[in-house]
Design a protein around this ligand. Structure first.
Ligand code: TEU
Ligand code: CA
Length: 556
C-alpha cells in the first residue's frame, strides 16, 4: 500500500460553536480556535476538522448553509478564517472543513430563486415534485421527523428534504449544480485548506421516480434510509467529485458514509476509493431501532469489540478507516461505552487505549481528551438540538410520559457532546464570559483542562502519551502501518489485539470489567510501553489485569 501524507497523523474535531468564545456573545468563534492552536499542537494533533462555520441560519447548527463562500458573522470573518489557515500552516497543522452538499439552507439564494420559479433553472437544483391526490409525492420520513416533503405555499408542489425542512436536498442529477459544488470545493482548497469531512453523503443519490415504501411506523411513513439502501450509482457522483475537485489538491477526505454495501468498501477508501477515509460508526452504534433513536440501548463492550474487529478485518489491505468513540451527533464515548457507576479516570484511559491503537486514523472529539461526560440535563428546556426535540415528540406519540420521554432522549441526545468545552473552573468553564448558547455541564469545576494540565496522572496527560506513542519514530511503523490481529476473543469484556511489523509485535489490551481478569501471554519477555495504572501484576507469562486496566506491551 502506498503511504499517504495523512496516514500517520492524529485528527481532532472542533465543534466551533462550543469551543472557545472570544467576544463573549456566548458563541464560540474562529478567533477562539486560533487562540487554542498551540494547545492542540502541544496535545499532538495534526489534522483539525471544523464542523460548519459557513453562513447559516443555524437551524441545524450550521449543517444548513446559506452561503458556502462566507463565514457566518457569529463565528467570525473571512479575514479571521484566512488567519486561521495561515496560523495552522505555521504549526504544520492541516485544517479540514465540513462539506455539506446533500442539502443547503432554505435561505440559500438558489432555493429562494427555486421557490419563486419552481419550473425554472433553480427549481432544477432541488427535488420539486407535484403532490399526488392532494398528498405528498411519496411516504418517506425525514431524519428529523415528519414527511420529507414540504408543500410550497398553496401550490400542489412539494420539495424534498431528508433532514429538516430548512435543509432542502440538492439535485445531484443536475450537472450544472454538480459543477457549482465542485467549483466551491476547489475555491476552498485553493485557499489552503487540506480537505473535507463529507456530510451525510449517502443521501445524495435518490431512487427516481420517487415511489412509496412499506411503512415502518404507524405514521404511515418509511425511513429515508430505505431509499438510501435501494439507491444505486452513487459512486459515479463520488468519483466525478474526486476527479473534478479533490485530486488536483491531493486533498484528504473523510466521508460520513454509512449503509454502504459491504462489498463496496474498496470503492470508498484506499487506492481506488473515492475518499481517503471514512468513519467507522460501528454498526450497532447506529443499530437504533425502527421506533427511533429515543429507543436506543447501550452497546455492550463485547458488541463494541466485535464491531471494531469486524471493521478492522474488513478494511485490512483495503484502506484506513477513521476511528472515533464520539462526535457531535453522539453521546460522549465514556458515557456510552462504560456503565455509569464505573466511569472513572482509569476506565476512560482504558477506552482511549483500545480505540486509539486500532488501524486507521484516530479522531478525537473536543473534550474527549479530558474525559468529558454526558450532561445531567434536568428538563427538555435545556435541549436545543432539533433531532433530540423530534425524538422527544416521537417518544410522546408512542405513549410514554413526559418524564419517560425526556429520560429516554437524554441518553443519546446530540447536545451531550455539544455543550461548551471545559477549559477551567471559572465562569462558564472558561468558555465565555457571556451567556453560553448551551449551558455548560455542571461537572466542570472538577473536570476541566486546567486541573488536568497540573495533574500528571490526568486523562489529558494520558492522551498526550497515547498520541506520542502512536507517532513515535520507534513504533510508528507498527502502530500506524502494522497489521492488525484480534487476541483473546474467547474472553468476555476484554478488548485485545496485536499490531505487528517486521520489527516488533505490540499487544493492546483493555479490561472492560470492574474486576480483575487473568491472561496467559505468548511470551514471558516484554516491554511495557503504556499502562493506565501505576502497578502491574504478573508472574512469568501470567498477567493479572486489574478492573479497567489497559496495557500496551511490546514483544520482540
Ligand atoms: O449527520 C447525518 C446523520 O445521519 C444524522 O442524521 C444522524 O443520524 C443524526 O445526527 C442522529 O440524530 C450529519 C451531521 O453530522 C449532523 O450533525 C447533521 O444534522 C446532518 O448530517 C444533516 O446535515
Ligand atoms: Ca463569540
Amino acid at each position: 500500500m502506498i503511504k499517504k501524507w495523512w496516514q500517520d497523523k492524529v485528527a481532532y474535531q472542533i465543534y466551533p460553536k462550543s469551543f472557545k468564545d472570544t467576544n463573549n456573545d456566548g458563541i464560540g468563534d474562529v478567533k477562539g480556535i486560533i487562540e487554542k492552536l498551540d494547545y492542540l499542537k502541544d496535545l499532538g494533533v495534526d489534522i483539525i476538522w471544523l464542523s460548519p462555520i459557513y453562513c447559516s441560519p443555524l437551524a441545524d447548527q450550521g449543517y444548513d448553509i446559506s452561503d458556502y463562500y462566507l463565514i457566518d458573522p457569529r463565528f467570525g470573518t473571512m479575514e479571521e478564517m484566512d488567519e486561521l489557515i495561515a496560523e495552522a500552516k505555521k504549526r504544520e497543522m492541516y485544517l479540514i472543513m465540513d462539506l455539506v452538499v446533500n442539502h443547503c439552507s432554505d435561505e440559500h439564494e438558489w432555493f429562494q430563486k427555486a421557490l419563486k420559479d419552481p419550473d425554472g433553472e433553480y427549481g432544477n437544483y432541488f427535488y420539486i415534485r407535484e403532490g399526488k391526490d392532494g398528498k405528498a409525492p411519496n411516504n418517506l420520513r425525514s431524519y428529523f421527523g415528519g414527511s420529507v416533503w414540504e408543500r410550497i405555499g398553496d401550490t400542489n408542489k412539494y420539495y424534498f428534504h431528508a433532514f429538516h425542512k430548512k435543509q432542502p436536498d440538492l439535485n445531484w442529477e443536475n450537472e450544472v449544480l454538480r459543477e457549482k459544488i465542485y467549483e466551491m470545493i476547489r475555491w476552498w482548497l485553493e485557499k489552503g485548506i487540506a480537505g473535507f469531512r463529507i456530510d451525510a453523503i449517502m443521501n445524495i443519490k435518490k431512487v427516481l421516480p420517487f415511489h412509496d415504501y412499506e411503512p415502518d411506523r404507524d405514521d404511515g411513513l418509511a425511513s429515508c434510509e430505505k431509499m438510501v439502501d435501494e439507491a444505486e450509482g452513487i459512486l459515479d457522483f463520488l468519483n466525478e467529485m474526486k476527479e473534478a475537485a479533490f485530486d488536483k489538491y491531493d486533498a484528504f477526505t473523510v466521508g460520513e458514509v454509512f449503509r454502504e454495501k459491504k462489498e463496496d468498501l474498496e470503492a470508498f477508501i484506499g487506492e481506488k476509493g473515492c475518499f481517503s477515509s471514512m468513519f467507522d460508526f460501528n454498526e450497532t452504534v447506529f443499530g437504533i431501532s425502527d421506533k427511533g433513536w429515543y429507543d436506543y440501548q447501550h452497546i455492550t463492550p463485547d458488541d463494541y469489540r466485535d464491531c471494531c474487529f469486524a471493521s478492522q478485518l474488513r478494511s485490512e489491505g483495503v484502506g484506513f478507516l477513521s476511528n472515533i468513540i464520539e462526535n457531535h451527533d453522539e453521546p460522549r464515548g465514556v458515557s456510552h461505552y462504560i456503565p455509569k457507576g464505573e466511569c472513572s479516570d482509569q476506565s476512560k484511559k482504558m477506552l482511549a487505549t483500545v480505540y486509539f491503537m486500532l488501524k486507521g486514523l484516530p479522531f478525537i472529539y473536543q473534550g474527549q481528551e479530558i474525559g468529558m461526560e454526558n450532561v445531567p440535563f434536568t428538563s427538555i428546556e435545556d435541549i436545543d438540538d432539533i433531532s433530540t426535540l423530534d425524538q422527544y415528540q416521537v417518544a410522546l406519540s408512542q405513549g410514554f410520559s413526559k418524564e419517560e420521554a425526556f429520560s429516554m432522549v437524554c441518553r443519546y441526545s446530540r447536545d451531550n457532546a455539544r455543550v461548551p468545552f471545559q477549559w477551567d473552573g471559572g465562569t462558564n468553564a472558561g468558555f465565555s464570559q457571556g451567556i453560553p448558547w448551551l449551558k455548560v455541564n455542571p461537572d466542570y469545576r472538577n473536570l476541566n483542562l486546567e486541573l488536568q494540565i497540573e495533574d500528571e496522572d490526568s486523562v489529558f496527560h494520558y492522551y498526550k502519551k497515547l498520541i506520542a506513542l502512536r507517532k513515535s519514530r520507534e513504533h510508528k511503523e507498527t502502530l500506524v502501518f502494522g497489521d492488525f490481529e484480534p487476541a483473546y476473543t474467547d474472553l468476555k469484556r476484554v478488548m485485545a489485539y496485536y499490531r505487528s511489523s517486521k520489527a516488533e509485535k505490540i499487544l493492546i489490551i483493555g479490561n472492560f470489567k470492574p474486576e480483575p481478569q487473568e491472561f496467559l501471554l505468548e511470551q514471558e519477555e516484554y516491554e511495557v510501553l503504556l499502562n493506565n495504572k501505576k502497578e502491574l501484576s504478573s508472574d512469568g507469562r501470567k498477567l493479572l489485569l486489574d478492573g479497567y486496566q489497559a496495557l500496551i506491551l511490546r514483544f520482540q
